[in-house]
Design a protein around this ligand. Structure first.
Ligand SMILES: [Zn+2]
Length: 350
């Protein structure tokens, strides 16, 4: 740690250069205002903005409702396969710029069922952009379609699609579950996730963000997840912490998301360090980088500056993410070797 730059700009430059993995990142939360203006204009959508700067005003939300509105504005701009191509192309540029080597990108197919295209059309377009970035920079991307707790009607259709051989071949690696937890418990989706598990598609739900430890227990017992999106409110239940640690169920932590949505009052009060100290397999993520005005480099900076994580903690968070990623063992080993060298060369001893 002593070798890390003390000034903020220097620290950001240093952290930005390190290789990274991100497991919890929503495509719909990564659409930049200039891209949204472009998509809206191409699709002849009537929107209440005439300049990208005006769009940023919707990112000043104070609660989950405001957040959802900002997210849905992005969803409304994604109409055609070309839009999905451009969204992934722009995301690839952002990830490559931060030296993110591997990312699992969540998107919500049920928003796009009535656009006049099949989900495979969107997936094909996303994959064209995915392969272009892989070719250009070595960046690896995989897809996690999710279903929405509060809009369960198309869930079975999405589950069938996600577990199809064609979707799997197109980079779909798990099925997620998002949306508000209160009033929409995980067990209501038990059969759907049993269906995908039976087809060997991993289950990757959000839980323990807008609801407490009971929601995480319910999710674990009824959905049998490989990982948990957020899971931060496990900090309220020591038995659950022991369980997560013993079973090594990784948590996808997104500090800025939690602070912006009021799950914790400040970065200083965020329990990421206590979760690590309790033995949880922590990974660090942005969730919705554009909506929360963050990026992965800045998440690392905040973790170091406000919660006293060390560079070694950041390194282990990346190793956890590689191990928890839905990719082959050969790629994992290659990536771990690459990260070991990079982080060792960057004063890991601290
Ligand atoms: Zn999320």
């Amino acid at each position: 740690m002593s070798n890390l730059p003390k000034d903020e700009d220097g620290l950001i430059r240093h952290l930005k250069a390190l290789p990274k993995v991100e497991l919890h990142l929503h495509l719909e939360g990564s659409l930049r205002p200039d891209l949204l203006m472009h998509l809206a204009s191409r699709n002849r959508l009537r929107i209440p903005f005439s300049h990208p700067d005006e769009i940023t005003s919707i990112y000043r939300f104070k609660d989950f409702r405001g957040f959802a509105n900002a997210l849905l504005f992005g969803v409304a701009c994604l109409r055609k396969p070309d839009d999905f191509h451009d969204a992934v192309d722009a995301l690839g540029a952002q990830l490559a710029d931060e030296n993110i080597r591997y990312a699992e990108v969540t998107w919500t197919p049920q928003f796009y069922l009535n656009r006049g295209y099949s989900l495979y059309d969107f997936l094909d377009a996303m994959n064209t952009a995915r392969y272009a970035w892989q070719e250009k920079t070595g960046l690896l991307l995989r897809w996690i379609p999710d279903i929405v707790r509060s809009r369960p009607r198309p869930a079975q259709q999405i589950a069938r699609w996600a577990s199809s051989a064609k979707a799997r071949k197109g980079g779909v690696v798990a099925l997620g579950l998002g949306g508000p937890e209160p009033g929409f418990p995980a067990h209501k989706f038990q059969q759907i996730f049993e269906f995908v598990r039976d087809r060997n598609l991993p289950v990757n739900p959000h839980a323990g963000e807008t609801d407490g430890p009971d929601s995480i227990w319910d999710t674990i017992k009824t959905l049998k997840p490989k990982r948990i999106g957020h899971g931060v409110r496990a900090i309220e239940d020591s038995t659950l912490l022991e369980f997560l640690s013993r079973e090594a169920i990784p948590l996808e932590i997104s500090m800025t998301s939690n602070v912006r949505l009021g799950v914790f009052p400040s970065y200083e009060k965020h329990p990421v360090k206590r979760l690590i100290d309790a033995g949880c397999k922590v990974t660090l993520n942005t969730d919705d980088p554009v909506l929360f005005c963050t990026n992965l480099t800045d998440e690392y900076r905040k973790a170091i500056t406000y919660t006293h994580l060390t560079l070694r903690d950041i390194y282990y968070a990346n190793l956890n993410a590689i191990q928890a990623g839905y990719l082959g063992d050969d790629l994992k080993e290659k990536m771990m070797a690459e990260f070991r060298v990079s982080y060792n060369n960057n004063a890991l001893s601290g």
